[in-house]
Design a protein around this ligand. Sequence first.
Ligand code: HEC
Length: 187
Amino acid sequence: MLLAVLIACSSDPAPAPAPVAEAPPAAPRDSKAEAKALADANGLLSELGQSFRSRLSEELKARGPVAAVEVCSTEAQALTAALSASSGGSVGRSSSKLRNPANEGPDWVRAWLADADASTAGLSEVVDGRARVLKPITIEPACLTCHGTEIGAEVQTILGERYPDDAATGYAVGDLRGVAWADVPVR
Ligand code: HEC
């Protein structure tokens, strides 16, 4: 019997290729935990967007663009860091033309930015156990005061002082300015 099996085997055509090294069995994906992490990441993005928006418009109205630049430059980083710390994830704003070099995002954000334009869709996905969401940010008329082509002399001066490597000017309404992104572990 054994012989018959051996013979039968040896008469087989080319042996079936060994299965290509499969990744070790991944822990079963927990779709509820993933959905929660994605929802948390989206929540972070909304919080970030709302805080920036309300601080910016408050200052613009109350004290004008120069004061608003001051507020942005002193509060933006702290606000972003506080939100990241409270969430156990990371959140930020980034761009392919940065004003503040500290806003360079993680690799996956940089990769998205590298070939995006105003029509590129955002992201919402789970990769390597982390929920990643990314939303494109486009230029509106109100942004031109500080990111447009004709920036007032006073604003230009303070931008130059605070951001000597500023690349975030020259935009027109509708241009892709950058992104808001968040990255939250699935647990
Ligand atoms: C009063 C001036 C001012 C206005 C108006 C303004 N920004 Fe900014 N923007 C700044 C400053 C200052 C920074 C750098 C903040 C920091 O230090 O993180 C910045 C940074 C950013 C960043 C982070 C990436 C980077 O380049 O560092 C994005 C994205 C951004 N702005 C988008 C916008 C959009 C969209 C609008 C309009 C809705 C807008 N900004 C309006 C001053 C302004």
